[in-house]
Design a protein around this ligand. Structure first.
Ligand code: CA
Length: 223
């Protein structure tokens, strides 16, 4: 993995902890170096600081997304909602705020890498409590009874269940389902409401599709 960070103390800490757990760690202390490493090396995960000496981390994220699909976890002191949304909209996979807890970072890393496992290595049948989704047969059941979903609702559900635990912004969901130019964010809320009514035991207290206030939604990983 690649750690993009200009704080040498943090790089040292991360390197020690990650190597002790068997991860191979490369480090870049500015954005330009990071982009160069990503162009030439096979890296499976990027941990990206936003406050870098040359390019802003968000700019690094935008540029790397033009050629790299590896998961990116942002690790930053910037804790405002607008910073989080900006990073997630630009393709970050998760967001961890400094000072960080190493165990939490490791858990997020494992979850992120799991999501990026090759698709055919993952079961086509996903079970979440009383709900079962067969991605091959495109069949959704609740307590064993078939649930009728509109094509849009099904696409939205697939976006959720193929990214368990990931914070998905409204804009990400919009562009994934309606295309990159679609702007009507209220639509996501409406369809999420429909999905909740059809799938949740108690739609007013959802356990499957969780709301992240001001940011978006997260499919509960261990529902
Ligand atoms: Ca920094």
């Amino acid at each position: 993995m690649l750690v993009v960070e200009d704080d040498r103390q943090i790089v040292r800490t991360l390197r020690t902890s990650l190597q002790a757990r068997g991860y191979e760690v490369l480090a870049a202390n500015d954005g330009t170096t990071a982009l160069g490493v990503l162009r030439s090396d096979g890296v499976d995960l990027v941990i990206l600081d936003l406050g870098l000496p040359d390019l802003d981390g968000l700019e690094v994220l935008t540029r790397l997304r033009t050629f790299a699909a590896q998961p990116v976890i942002v690790l930053t002191v910037r804790d405002s909602q607008s910073d989080k949304v900006a990073a997630l909209d630009r393709g970050a996979d998760d967001y961890v705020i400094k000072p960080f807890d190493m165990e939490e970072l490791l858990a997020r890393m494992r979850a992120t890498l799991r999501r990026f496992a090759p698709d055919d290595a993952r079961p086509k049948l996903r079970r979440f409590g009383h709900v079962e989704i067969d991605l091959e047969k495109k069949l959704v059941t609740r307590n064993g009874v078939k649930v009728h979903l509109t094509p849009t609702e099904y696409q939205l559900l697939v976006a959720f269940v193929t990214h368990p635990g990931k914070l998905l912004t409204q804009r990400w969901l919009l562009s994934r389902i309606w295309g990159p130019d679609y702007q009507e964010e209220t639509n996501v809320r409406v369809h999420v409401g429909h999905l909740r009514r059809k799938l949740e035991e108690d739609p007013s207290n959802p356990r499957l599709i969780l709301t992240e206030p001001g940011l978006g939604y997260r499919w509960a990983e261990d529902a």
